[in-house]
Design a protein around this ligand. Structure first.
Ligand SMILES: Nc1ncnc2c1ncn2[C@@H]1O[C@H](COP(=O)(O)OP(=O)(O)OP(=O)(O)O)[C@@H](O)[C@H]1O
Ligand SMILES: [Mg+2]
Length: 219
């Protein structure tokens, strides 16, 4: 397990109105965290979708856990996505009329896991578990949706601007919670961010630029 990447993408290309990226290779290993930065419209979210089983590239292939994901049947992709992948979108998909705890339990029930109170504590939402989601702040909702995704105990976490609307201190604690999750669970993290300070909390920072992923050099 250790010597096989969780994500291995080879020669992927995607074009909409313009070519977003071309012949791109990417690997992500167990225990590793990476950030992708880049201009608005450069294709970061599109890349996240392609690497997370949601969007087939124009060419190239994506292997997750060794499976060539876009050659599988939809049902099989769905099982991997549901059990193994944790995708954190910028807009939260929470049940607004239910409490924080009920929202998290909905995820643990589906995945057959338990509520991780330590995680809720790390995200500083342990004191609001009995409040209705409609009655908590936007930043708290963002952290609940992260907790909900992590509660499934996925092996690969994909996060698109997970700290977008958060103050610095809260953004840092979200990144620390994600970092501690992947270490504790032998998982991996792929995060898209505009925030260089957040990006620096991962092991490797890429810039999506000129249709390529360029590794940021640390000076
Ligand atoms: N489903 C789609 N259909 C057509 N064009 C799309 C689609 N999804 C994305 N695009 C286009 O692809 C380009 C890249 O979009 P993407 O969302 O990947 O950028 P991004 O790097 O995530 O930007 P941001 O930093 O603003 O979130 C944009 O020009 C966008 O309009
Ligand atoms: Mg985006």
């Amino acid at each position: 397990m250790k010597n096989r990447p969780l994500i291995e993408a080879n020669g992927i290309s995607k074009k909409y109105d313009y070519q977003l990226f071309e012949n791109l290779d990417f690997k992500l290993w167990e225990g590793q965290s990476v950030a992708v930065m880049g201009r608005s419209g450069s294709g970061k979210s599109t890349l996240l979708h392609i690497l997370s089983s949601l969007l087939k590239p124009d060419s190239g292939n994506v292997k997750l856990f060794g499976y060539d994901i876009y050659s599988l049947k939809d049902d099989d992709i769905e099982i991997i996505r549901r059990l193994k992948l944790g995708i954190i979108f910028q807009s939260h998909y929470l049940f607004k009329g239910m409490t924080v705890l009920e929202n998290i339990e909905a995820a643990t029930l589906l995945a057959g896991t338990k509520v991780d109170y330590e995680l809720l504590q790390m995200l500083e939402i342990d004191h609001i578990v009995n409040k209705r989601v409609g009655d908590i702040s936007g930043g708290q909702q963002q952290r609940v949706s992260i907790a909900r995704v992590l509660s499934k105990k996925p092996k690969i976490i994909y996060a698109d601007e997970p700290t977008g609307n958060l103050d610095r201190e809260t953004a840092n604690l979200v990144m620390d919670a994600l970092g501690s999750y992947i270490k504790k669970n032998g998982a991996a993290l792929f995060v898209v961010t505009h925030d260089n300070e957040i990006a620096q909390k991962t092991e490797k920072v890429y810039h999506l630029e000129d249709r390529r992923l360029i590794t940021q050099n640390l000076h």
